[in-house]
Write a protein that binds this ligand. Structure first.
Ligand code: PMP
Length: 340
């Protein structure tokens, strides 16, 4: 099964992850940022709690929970025309002590920076409550969480001022699947948004760049695209950061145009990986390549263009460790979890 590495509306784009490792566990997320195919072994149960089954999904919108299907945006919504919104992709996981959100403050701080740049109203404390309330209302254990702040209805001018700021939070169940395949990646013909034109934050309009790259890579038969800059340095995938492994040493690709990923930060902390610029030649020469992101988690790469990688043993070990961390099985990392 193939997966993509960018964020998309969850239920339409399953991506399979299958990982082996000490814990011999894995799962597939049907959530969607960074759709990419990964190999993992399933171990965890699908996420909707029995109590949530058959219930109308709830969505938090401007201070209240509503039936998700009842909500609509006006056609003169500024963000619909100009991409003037900021989103996040967050995951909640089932832990032994109930559902918990992984690195929620960090996600909301990144979102705050985006909203500040665009002049949108945003209160991280309110957003925290909105995320937790939506997860509780939907009874999710393993879930993908999508907050979105945007400039709403008004006139067709470019000024954000004068448009109402809105905030919504939707959550969708992530599910367990077996036997995913690993991602095959094409080097994008498109360049990544340069940071001095569009800062690497989760600004809605910026994702048109990822969409173009994904479309082009898929048209050439790949699952996902890898952005490389004009000097041959690796940037990132359309919705995930990139690491290489050479002679057992893990290196995080660093590039000013790449989103400073929270999963990347997590993997660096777990692996002790150093971060530095990496050329496409060096990536081709690596023993293993993996992508990582909230939805992709730690995703082994099978191929980059005509370069095929092997069994990715270090990646698999890291994927298994990541799976334990997000589920609260590594006591030294419990501070990263916010109980629902
Ligand atoms: N790069 C891009 C372009 C992304 O959209 C994402 C997903 N948010 C990532 C990297 C990975 O970031 P994170 O680990 O914070 O999800």
């Amino acid at each position: 099964m193939s997966v993509t590495l960018e964020e998309r509306a969850v239920d339409s784009s399953p991506f399979a992850q299958r990982a082996t490792g000490e814990a011999g566990r894995g799962y597939e997320a049907r959530s969607a940022e960074a759709g990419m195919t990964i190999e993992k072994e399933a171990a965890h149960q699908p996420s909707p709690s029995p109590a949530a089954k058959g219930r109308e999904p709830k969505l938090w919108f401007d201070g209240e929970l509503h039936d998700a299907s009842a909500q609509q945006a006006a056609l003169d919504t500024h963000a619909l025309h100009y991409g003037s919104g900021v989103f996040e992709g967050i995951r909640a996981y089932a832990t032994a002590d109930g559902a918990a959100v992984f690195r929620l403050p960090e996600h909301l701080e990144r979102m705050r920076r985006g909203t500040e740049l665009l002049g949108l109203a945003f209160d991280p404390a309110q957003a925290t409550e909105a995320v937790l309330a939506t997860l509780r209302a939907n009874g999710h254990r393993d879930a993908y969480v999508r907050p979105l702040a945007w400039a709403g209805e008004g006139n067709f001018g470019l000024d954000v001022e004068g448009h109402k700021s809105h905030l919504m939070v939707a959550t969708t169940a992530t599910q367990v699947h077996l036997n995913g395949t690993r991602a095959r990646i094409g080097v994008s013909r498109w360049r990544r948004n340069p940071a001095d034109s569009l800062p690497p934050l989760k600004l809605c309009g910026a994702y048109v760049n990822s969409i173009l790259a994904k479309r082009e890579a898929k048209a050439r038969g790949f699952d996902e695209a890898l952005f490389v800059d004009a000097d041959g340095r690796v940037v990132e995938c359309t919705g995930a950061n990139v690491f290489i492994v050479k002679d057992g040493r893990v290196t995080a690709v660093e590039h000013r145009d790449a989103l400073p990923g929270i999963t990347r930060d997590t993997v660096m902390a777990l692996s002790g990986a150093a971060a530095r610029a990496v050329s496409l030649d060096e990536l081709r020469d690596a023993d293993e390549v993996f992508a990582c992101g909230t939805a992709a988690e730690v995703a082994p790469i099978a191929e980059v263009e005509d370069r095929r990688y092997g069994a990715n043993p270090v990646t698999r070990e890291l994927a298994a460790l990541y799976a334990r961390v997000v589920r609260g099985e590594e006591t030294s990392r419990l501070a990263w979890l916010t109980p629902v």
